[in-house]
Design a binder for this molecule. Sequence first.
Ligand code: DHB
Length: 396
Amino acid sequence: MTNVMKTQVGIIGAGPAGLLLAHLLQISGIDSIVIDGKTREDIEGVVKAGIIENPAVEVLVESGVTTPEQLAGVRHDGVEFHFDGHTHRFDFKSLINRSVWLYPQHETLIDLIAARVRAGSEPLFEHLAEDILDADTDHPRIVGKTVSGEPFEIQAQMVVGADGSGSIARKAVNGSQFAGFFREYPFAWYGILCEAPPSSEELIYSRAEEGFVLISTRTDKIQRMYFQCDPELDASTVSDAEIWEKLQRGVTGTTLKQGPIFRKDVLRFRSFVAEHLNKGNVFLCGDAAHTVPPTGAKGMNLAFSDVLWLNEALREFFTTGSRALIEKYEENALNRIWKAEHFSYWMTSMLHVAPDATEFDKHRQLGELYMLTESEYGNKLIAEGYTGWAYGASWK
Ligand code: DHB
């Protein structure tokens, strides 16, 4: 027996995009069902990076997801770039009076799920979407199975694929999972988590001789650091001593505080924008619609931009019947998507050394870093992109 459910908006994926959309829709009195194949514990328990941009913090706080108290003490008013033996601080606060907050993504997910529970609309976990049927009609359906094998169907007026980079919803919109625009990179990140106090008050992004190094943090006791590596590298083959040498060589004037390394992984990445973001009443948002390389931590912040546009379009549809903003969703969302695609690509290409880089390429790259850091306008450009461009749509 198939369990049939009905709702106005069926949302695949209880990640930041799907959960924020459900939250904002509910503020406008629009009913939704969020499903996800994972358990709540899996979603809340996997420690993830999180730099929340200024506009995203405003949405999370003002719409009642995260309290200002939770964000107290994690505001960062700048980042450092290290290159060619130099250190440079981008002082966001004095440049453009903006900041970012280092609040891990799983904490945002915990807050967003708590908001769904408070609204009496807990996501359906362990519900795996398999397909979207009748995608071309005004009554699309999500079909799938629970992890214990029971079939379910969600009958909706609108279906949203917020189901991440492995999205099954892309097929309904673009005919295939891969239709879109890609860029691959010839390097990956070797990431560690270690038990140590922070080595630096602010994040350090370094373009070292051997490539990129990033010194980040999770808590007072847990640190996250990365160095550029071959995408084919087996993480287990690198010794702790080699890791610390690589990381230490990457930074200038900072002695890293070492401690036991308890996780090592190789993170591969790419840039991708799906060919189309919606078809009829089926929509893509967040990583289902686009992915960016991690440099600059744009992923979740960009997902929220899509969500605000989509929320506005669905709100207009359900309150007035007009499809005007639905028809504009793709065009509206793509403006910020391509800016963030560029910014993430730019940060990546500026700070990594490609395996086939020539001496010309390396000198040119340093020229770019000097040009940018010595210019007031360059500093402001980085500050503006890093702390996040204002969202075009409002949830209020
Ligand atoms: C982290 C990840 C990023 O991509 C970034 O730009 C900054 C920090 C992190 O894992 O902490």
